[in-house]
Design a protein around this ligand. Structure first.
Ligand code: TYD
Length: 204
């Protein structure tokens, strides 16, 4: 019953990484085997690629970034996802939907090309469930505090386009839950935990 791929999506600063870590703690407590992956990054090789893309001084073109995100995904797929498929729960911080939301809805790269590249790497592999962390528009920060990396410094308008992209993609997906980040943190932790219990068929 376990062994699912569960993805956490949302714009920067939406709280997805916080909630993924809460789920990881919960699964550890329940002694359920899982692995945690972040994209871009995850393996030694894909962390190298992550540093290239997100370097504040990077001047790569948007299509170059797309290919690098996909290159990092391939490393994760071959080295982490494939070997653990059907063996452990796989928790992923950003996946296919981030690429469509950022590279297509944000940067206007052709959606078909992105989908074909994803299929080329992943075949018909799809996440079993997606938690989408939504930030109400007035709460989107103009610049994410601290400007940690290249992708943290875009305008509010850009993040709004990306977030609307996520909403569009996930509209058609039945296996998702929208988490409103303006709601109480504890409330959201419980909401996610309850859904995890259902997805993995475990007693709370
Ligand atoms: P990350 O550091 O995980 O974001 P966060 O700020 O939420 O911790 O991800 C870095 C950036 O990479 C993020 O701004 C989104 C971007 N990204 C894409 O543009 N396309 C992709 O396919 C992925 C996986 C990430």
């Amino acid at each position: 019953m376990y062994k699912k791929i569960i993805v956490f999506e949302g714009i920067d600063g939406s709280g997805k990484t916080f909630h993924l870590n809460e789920v990881a703690k919960y699964l550890s407590k329940k002694k359920i085997k899982f692995i945690k992956i972040r994209e871009p990054g995850g393996t030694k090789n894909s962390e190298v690629i992550r540093n290239i893309i997100l370097n504040k001084k990077s001047t790569f073109k948007k299509k170059t970034d797309l290919l690098l995100y996909l290159a990092a995904r391939n490393e994760n797929y071959e080295n982490l996802i494939k070997p653990y498929l059907n063996r452990k729960v796989i928790l992923i911080d950003r996946f296919i939907d981030s690429t469509i939301a950022y590279q297509h809805y944000g940067f206007k790269i052709n959606k078909r090309v992105i989908k074909e590249l994803n299929n080329f790497i992943l075949g018909n592999l799809k996440p079993n469930f997606t938690f989408f962390h939504y930030v109400p528009i007035k709460r989107i920060k103009k610049n994410i505090s601290g400007k940690k990396n290249k992708y943290d410094s875009f305008s509010k308008n850009f993040y709004n386009k990306v977030q609307n992209g996520f909403l569009n993609i996930l509209k058609k997906n039945k296996n998702k839950l929208l988490i409103d980040s303006s709601k109480n943190k504890k409330y959201n932790i419980e909401l996610i935990k309850n859904r995890i219990n259902k997805i993995l068929n475990i007693n709370g």
